[in-house]
Design a protein around this ligand. Structure first.
Ligand code: XLS
Ligand code: NI
Ligand code: NI
Length: 436
């Protein structure tokens, strides 16, 4: 490549909170050590291919606005796109990237052609990754854009679509394996329904369970060591998606005996669409041993839509960061910026600014959460709330052999009368604010 897409914008560096340079990190200091790891090792930030390089700025009402020189379904465009993508990874200094098969190469006119294109690009990626040190956080297959998938992929009423999806996932896992991806993601883009009137929900869920089992089998067959991640989302594009939220997916995995094989990729905006907070989804996943990775973004709270904006609110991210650090970190997952600049942000530099603000918000939250953990106040106060359970008679109630009758006898004999204690929510909230 001759000319830089990002022109004379220099590689982005940490310059501290006082910096006036819009193309500098103000909080993300990748080399800073926090709780024994560098900030970059904690966050493992990734640039996603789709929003940055595959989406051309169209929306339901308007044509593409971005005019990227690689636009179009050609391999020549795909090669240029890869050059610019790696230029962007280097300019940001982000260690990871993520992609769908369809983001990186044209589908062509058959699955075989799609496969050949993907293999060519995988070879190209392998060279570029070797040259730059950039790694693959995860790969995935796009099983939702092509019209064949309008009624779903694994949950489609047409078995030929199920078959096509299986073949496409096989190829995408191969590519991810070849590139030593740390994870492989399954987001059920249209695995859901538009109306129950035409839908056999029980059958569709069985199909999805079978599909996922085969993905797991295949991963083991080829020796892929990455983690399989399911990404919950309640709706959009379908009215209802089967991977509604963390709790729903946890139940689904358990039902099909897959909960030891699969973890979850939690997206901030999807949590909001499910009427949860991001920290709720993270805490539930962590409690169930299912927390795998994060798609970092935010929704516009007024729009009711998965707007995929860059995160910009460290205070909001901090409780989630706390639960992530409590479970020992997000690795081998990471923070994938599944986020896009707005349609009017048509300059190349806008792509960088989105990521700079996003990673700065995450780094600020990480540092705050680390401070919360390091001084131990939160842990101490939360433990204190449950301190009563340390008494032998209390602990015995949760052990095998305990019974309602025995407990009832003790309540009467000891004249037990619970004394309400403040939950001190405001105290906890005010304490949190001190770390920001
Ligand atoms: C869409 C999803 C998608 C997945 C990858 O809402 O977030 O981008 O992350 O297929
Ligand atoms: Ni999303
Ligand atoms: Ni996502």
């Amino acid at each position: 490549m001759t000319k830089r897409f990002f022109g004379d914008i220099a590689p982005v560096r940490y310059e501290g909170p006082k910096s006036d340079n819009p193309f500098a990190f103000r909080h993300y200091d990748p080399a800073r050590v926090v709780m024994g790891k560098t900030v970059a090792e904690h966050l493992r930030p990734a640039v996603c291919y789709w929003h940055n390089f595959a989406w051309m700025g169209s929306d339901m009402f308007g044509a593409p606005t971005f005019a990227r020189p690689w636009d179009g379904e050609t391999m020549e465009g795909a090669r240029l796109k890869a050059d610019v993508a790696f230029e962007m990874f280097a300019t940001l200094g982000f260690p990871y990237f993520t992609f769908h098969d369809k983001d990186v190469v044209p589908e062509g006119s058959s699955l075989a052609e799609f496969g050949r294109n993907l293999t060519e690009m995988t070879d190209r990626f392998a060279e570029k990754m070797l040259a730059t040190g950039v790694k693959l956080l995860w790969g995935t297959a796009n099983l939702f854009s092509h019209p064949r998938y309008m009624a779903g992929a694994a949950t489609n009423p047409d078995p030929d679509v199920f078959a096509y999806a299986a073949a496409q996932v096989r190829n995408a896992i191969d590519a991810t394996h070849r590139l030593h991806g740390a994870n492989y993601v399954l987001w059920g883009g249209r695995e859901g329904y538009e109306t129950l009137l035409n839908t056999d929900l029980a059958r569709e869920q069985e199909q999805l369970g079978r599909f996922l089992s085969m993905v797991i089998d295949y991963k083991h067959k080829i020796g892929f060591k990455g983690i399989l991640l399911v990404e919950p989302k309640p709706q959009e594009p379908t009215k209802h998606q089967y991977d509604f939220d963390v709790a729903t997916v946890a139940g689904f995995l358990h039902r099909f005996g897959l909960d030891k094989e699969v973890k979850l990729n939690i997206e901030v905006g999807h949590a909001i669409l499910a009427h949860h907070s991001f920290e709720h989804e993270v805490a539930v996943a962590s409690a169930l041993g299912l927390l795998g990775s994060v798609d970092a973004n935010r929704n516009d709270y007024q729009s009711g839509w998965d707007t995929d904006q860059f995160p910009n609110n460290a205070a909001e991210l901090t409780p989630a960061m706390y639960f992530i650090l409590k479970q020992g970190g997000i690795a081998p997952g990471g923070f994938n910026f599944d986020a896009k600049v707005r349609r009017q942000s048509i300059d190349p530099g806008d792509l960088l600014l989105g990521h700079i603000g996003g990673i700065d918000a995450c780094a600020e939250a990480l540092i705050a959460a680390a401070a919360m953990i390091e001084d131990g106040k939160f842990d101490e106060l939360r433990e204190e709330r449950y301190a009563g359970w340390k008494a032998p008679a209390a602990a015995a109630m949760l052990k095998p052999g305990a019974s309602l009758e025995a407990i009832a006898r003790r309540v009467e004999a000891e004249n037990i009368e619970p004394k309400p204690r403040s939950g001190r929510q405001e105290f906890f909230e005010n304490l949190l604010a001190r770390y920001l």
